[in-house]
Design a protein around this ligand. Structure first.
Ligand code: HEC
Ligand code: HEC
Length: 251
């Protein structure tokens, strides 16, 4: 349930809109059974034209800065891999923990994937009530922070990622570690734990002085040590900052 393995032929898309302007549609497809084999997943990105009627394949080498007159950059194919190949299954969003909610009508959720018999080993859940097999035993302040870190950072910062050896930081939710706040890896590997890289000394999450948390400093650092996430961002998300500061203040 932490890492779904998709069948050969799987196709996934993701669309980006700025205001009302459709900017980019990303596409990945699985070509080989072994996810770790070179070329097992194919990545492509399509840029929308200004009249919003058609797309063209974006340069896989360079991407497209400021696509369609917006501040949004289309990444290079090498950067697709840097984010997506930090998890064994290569898919970063379509997963059990993120689908474990009651989706609005017309959207897919975990219960639907089970109902449609899409899972070879479906999770078991409480017999009564809605089908939520993976509740997090935490306050809404904790869960908001864990969710933010999982989606924005967990793809690179998890035990299966190539960088975990030098940076043992785990910001990805693990369905077997949800029983207490302290068991959640995003807590266990950050709270009053010393940072180990980047020349920045200090606690990754500093419960005494929130602003001294290496996590927050790295998200706001302009250049060195590299800003986190290290690629794909130009503006620090103000809502994300509020979410993380509220969590650290509460500890
Ligand atoms: C900065 C990191 C980053 C880069 C670079 C990146 N992605 Fe993603 N991608 C994500 C994350 C995180 C998700 C899941 C959360 C979401 O959808 O917002 C995702 C989701 C997707 C999805 C939906 C399927 C899924 O994984 O759940 C597609 C398709 C996709 N990306 C394609 C691409 C392609 C193609 C490129 C390169 C042109 C690319 N991505 C570059 C981080 C990245
Ligand atoms: C595209 C991959 C990628 C993403 C996404 C990413 N990181 Fe990182 N992060 C790295 C790498 C690689 C390092 C180690 C090299 C360095 O220090 O720059 C690192 C280092 C760090 C460190 C230093 C840890 C230490 O022991 O000192 C922190 C803190 C950190 N990241 C936080 C975050 C946060 C918070 C997010 C999400 C908002 C995030 N990262 C997203 C790749 C990533």
């Amino acid at each position: 349930m932490n890492h779904w393995k998709f069948p050969v032929g799987t196709k996934l898309w993701k669309e980006f809109t700025r205001g009302t302007t459709r900017v980019e549609t990303r596409f990945i497809t699985k070509l080989l059974a072994d996810d770790a084999a070179p070329g097992a997943w194919f990545y492509a990105s399509f840029e929308w034209n200004s009249t919003q009627t058609d797309t063209t394949l974006a340069s896989p080498g360079a991407g497209v800065p400021d696509a369609n007159g917006t501040q949004h950059d289309i990444p290079s194919r090498a950067n697709c891999r840097r984010c997506h190949e930090g998890v064994p299954g290569r898919v970063l969003g379509f997963q059990a923990i993120s689908l474990d909610y009651a989706a609005p009508t017309g959207n897919l959720d975990l219960a639907d994937t089970i109902g449609m018999n899409l899972l070879s080993a479906p999770p078991t859940a409480p017999s009564a009530g809605p089908y939520f097999p993976f509740p997090v035993a935490a306050t809404t302040v904790d869960t908001a922070a864990f969710g933010y870190l999982h989606a924005n950072c967990g793809g690179c910062h998890n035990p299966e990622s190539p960088g975990f050896g030098h940076t043992p930081l785990d910001l990805r939710l693990d369905v077997t570690k949800l029983g207490t706040v302290q068991a959640v890896p995003a807590y266990a590997t950050t709270v009053d734990i010393n940072g180990s890289v980047g020349g920045l000394l200090g606690k990754i999450v500093d419960t005494q002085i929130t602003d001294d948390s290496v996590m927050l400093i790295r998200m706001n650092a302009p250049a060195f040590p590299p800003k986190m996430p290290e690629i794909g961002t130009e503006i620090v998300d103000p809502d994300g900052q509020l979410t993380l500061r509220a969590w650290i203040d509460s500890l």
